[in-house]
Ligand binder design. Structure first.
Ligand code: NDP
Length: 331
């Protein structure tokens, strides 16, 4: 049946400007790292993407290696795009990345021009797209000159294969260098994608200041610490959870669900309830409270999690007392 998107899809989602660029992103974006691979249910993936778009989520985030197996999330996305979203291309921001190991040999990893150019061509083919809206270098490469990696991002924009470019997991000082090089080339850095959650606050040690000062957007990944910052692990490890799935490719494993973490989750959960939220919603609101954050990048395994998570938007302000309580729980 032909998919007809919800006509009210733009009514409730705020769209935040990405740094000082012309682009706005939905306050909540959806990533396809896990649950969209060849090992996952195609129909579930399709239902999730349609529900997300119906809810005002216009940004879908991918990478060459998402799956498993690597590449298969882009294949799944490409099939769904062709079936359901083709007529809505101009309403969508689709991103991909390269920087982690993707194919064998010396040209399938890190940050060389050889790797990045080939990888983007492969991603476009898998997704059936003429261009991506944002292309990221996925992680810093200590061996390739930054001029080569940034020069390749600039080339992709000039070739029309990417509209904007970004970087992921670069430290504050690496980010400053990358921003300066991209400015010199005339292709500004649109956005940075760092890991950021209540359990991993490294961006507060300088990166957010660099991004704010330079007018570069920020879209944190793993805001729920892969599900740990929710009430799902309060009574053990559910069978259908990511931690029990052993999917590989960086997915959380059971040994990360420690008693120490759960003790904090219990206290955070109590505070969330006082705020009229569940813990997942509070963890997402807590990220969005900072106006240097453009969008929070969620991952979901079920359609209900889309609906549940975007309710975070109903309360994204925190009193000083609430913030102090969170800081003292986190220690
Ligand atoms: P999260 O930290 O949000 O974890 C997602 C998981 O949390 C879901 O699979 C689900 O777990 C659980 N969850 C989601 N919503 C709820 C809810 N409302 N209530 C309870 N549990 C919930 O994000 P991800 O780690 O998935 O990362 C998000 C995206 O960030 C990725 O898809 C990718 O696009 C990007 N990313 C980028 C990286 C980079 O290097 N640039 C690295 C990693 C991610 P369950 O499956 O158990 O149901």
């Amino acid at each position: 049946m032909t998919y007809v998107p919800n006509p009210a899809r733009y009514e409730n989602m705020p769209y935040r400007r990405c740094g000082k660029s012309g682009l706005k992103l939905p306050a909540v974006s959806l990533g396809l790292w896990h649950n969209f691979g060849a090992i996952d249910s195609f129909e579930n993936a399709r239902t999730i993407l349609k529900l997300a778009f119906d809810s005002g989520i216009t940004h879908f985030d991918l990478a060459n290696n998402y799956g498993p197996p690597p590449g298969s999330a882009e294949v799944t996305f490409g099939k769904i795009f062709k079936e359901d979203f083709k007529n809505y291309r101009d309403e969508l921001i689709i991103s991909s990345k390269a920087g982690w190991g993707m194919w064998e040999g010396p040209y399938g990893d890190w940050g060389s021009k050889k790797y990045l150019v080939a990888s983007l061509d492969q991603s476009l083919k898998r997704m059936g797209l003429d261009y991506v809206d944002i292309f990221y270098h996925h992680r810093p490469d200590p061996e390739t000159p930054i001029e080569e990696t940034m020069g390749t991002l600039d080339l992709m924009v000039r070739q029309g294969k990417a509209l904007y470019v970004g970087i992921s997991s670069y430290s504050a000082s690496e980010t400053e260098t990358a921003i300066a090089e991209l400015n010199r080339l005339g292709t500004p850095c649109l956005i940075h994608q760092p890991k950021y959650s209540m359990f991993d606050r490294w961006v507060e040690g300088g990166l957010l200041d660099v991004l704010g000062d330079n007018g570069v957007g920020c879209i944190p990944f793993s805001p729920l610490a892969q599900g740990l910052l929710s009430n799902k692990y309060l009574k053990g490890i559910p069978e259908n959870s990511r931690a029990a799935s052993h999917r590989g490719n960086g997915a959380i494993e059971e040994d990360a669900i420690t008693d120490e973490k759960i003790a904090k989750v219990i206290k955070l959960n109590e505070l969330a309830i006082k705020r009229g939220q569940n813990l997942a919603q509070m963890a997402l609101s807590w990220i969005l409270k900072d106006d240097r954050i453009t969008s929070v990048l969620i991952g979901v395994s079920k359609p209900e999690q889309v609906t549940d998570s975007i309710k975070c938007l109903e309360n994204i302000s925190f009193s000083a007392e609430e913030l102090n309580t969170i800081n003292s729980i986190l220690g």
